[in-house]
Ligand binder design. Structure first.
Ligand code: ADP
Length: 395
């Protein structure tokens, strides 16, 4: 039987990221992004066989963009397109695993929208457009939150009155589940350990950043909470702040809720600290040239990350390894080195040669000999979504 393909779609409010994933071949047969949907300068660009293409689609909406992609996807899949996997950000407590999409599961995703008002409605736009364009294919939703549904209650509850949890779903959910799961499975494979008898710390460091404790293949704690703002310092998100920050800013500066949300989600983190950029590459270059803000942003980022990883060890019976992933985790030897230097009590130490050379898609151990395992593992959320989709279709 020829190898099967799954189209993976990740819809934002004005964008669609897509990848055609083949179960046997690691590189994507086709991948790309439609962006600025709804605007005059909407366009789709994609990569295929090492070539880059782009096409202007003025004022195209999600449906028009997906319709443009359809013949490309079908040609690239060569008659072996088995289904479509959709990334959905928030599955609440309802979804503990991937699920087939139909009227009732779509209604359940819609009911979760108050927990992710920016993301779930955008994800649904893509789901509904794709389902009407590809009605004969099975569609599957894969949730960012589902992997963390194994958190014990003492890890997911906030110290708030119970009705807020019971009646309004106010609890910690966690995100980046697809990535944490993918790299912990790879980590076990690379180390010759059985996933169901292994114990990992993961630092997923992209534009959004989170840490996770994974025991026997299950998430036991994670740094993000009700929303992706909680936890470590990120590109533009503050991570943890004093919960009284909102009232303090409202009282002393007269700021509105909207202004405070924008501050904490879009103007803080690396960008806010450095007053320069949310991009770690830019900050590393600026730090080399003595930029004070960039230097501080990197110091705070690494210290707070190490602190979060140390906290996550409370959920582990032992440490089989620390995994770095995401754009920063996969590429920044500086961030890995500085973070690990704060974790000496755990006996963590890097081999600086291995650390410096494990970048740009390479994977492997970077710990010094005789010290606990530290791995760099490129994440591949699209591949994990495709594998989950295939597994569900087989079941
Ligand atoms: P997203 O969360 O949007 O998927 P990525 O996982 O691509 O983001 O991560 C983006 C981050 O990775 C940015 O801060 C970027 O600067 C950083 N990054 C990418 N390459 C490097 C590099 N060589 N050195 C340091 N940081 C890098």
């Amino acid at each position: 039987m020829p190898a099967r393909n799954i189209l993976v779609i990740n819809c934002g409010s004005s964008s669609i990221k897509f990848a055609l994933v083949n179960e046997e071949h690691e590189p994507f047969a086709l991948s790309g992004m439609a962006e600025r949907l709804g605007d005059a300068d909407a366009q789709v660009h994609w990569q295929q066989d090492g070539h880059k293409h782009s096409l202007p689609l003025p004022y195209a909406d999600h449906s028009v963009a997906l319709a443009q992609l359809l013949p490309l996807v079908e040609a690239a899949a060569d008659g072996q397109l088995l289904g479509i996997g959709h990334r959905v950000v928030h599955g609440g407590e309802h979804f503990t695993a991937a699920c087939a999409l139909d009227h009732s599961t779509i209604a359940a995703i819609r009911a979760t929208a108050p927990l992710a008002p920016l993301h779930n409605p955008a994800n649904l736009l893509g789901i509904e457009a794709a389902m009407s364009l590809f009605p004969s294919l099975p569609h599957v939703a894969v949730f960012d939150t589902a992997f963390h549904q194994t958190l014990p209650e003492h890890a997911y509850r906030y110290a708030l009155p119970e009705p807020l949890y019971r009646e309004h779903g106010v609890r910690r959910y966690g995100f980046h589940g697809t990535s944490h799961r993918f790299v912990s499975q790879r980590g076990a494979e690379m180390s010759g350990l059985a996933l169901n008898a292994s114990s990992w710390l993961v630092a997923h460091l992209g534009n959004g950043c989170s840490t996770c404790a994974i025991v026997d293949g299950q998430s036991r704690d994670t740094s993000m909470g009700l929303t992706p703002l909680e936890g470590v310092v990120m590109g533009t998100r503050s991570g943890d702040v004093d919960p009284n920050m909102h009232s303090h800013l409202a009282r002393t500066l007269g700021w509105s809720l909207q202004q405070i949300e924008t501050l904490l989600n879009k103007e803080s983190g690396l960008l806010g600290l450095s007053a320069l950029s949310n991009d770690m590459r830019t900050l590393e270059q600026a730090r080399e040239q003595g930029h004070v803000g960039a230097t501080l942003a990197i110091e705070v980022f690494c210290y707070r990350l190490a602190k979060s990883l140390a906290a996550m060890t409370c959920a582990l019976p032992r440490l089989d390894g620390l995994i770095f992933t995401g754009g920063i985790g996969e590429n920044s030897a500086l961030i890995r080195s500085k973070t690990v230097s704060h974790l000496q009590l755990f006996n963590l130490r890097l081999d600086e040669t291995a650390n410096a050379s494990t970048v740009r898609g390479s994977a492997g151990p970077i710990n010094a000999h005789g010290h606990p395992r530290v791995l760099v593992i490129p994440t591949n959320e699209e591949r994990q979504i495709a594998l989950d989709t295939l597994a569900l279709l087989e079941a």
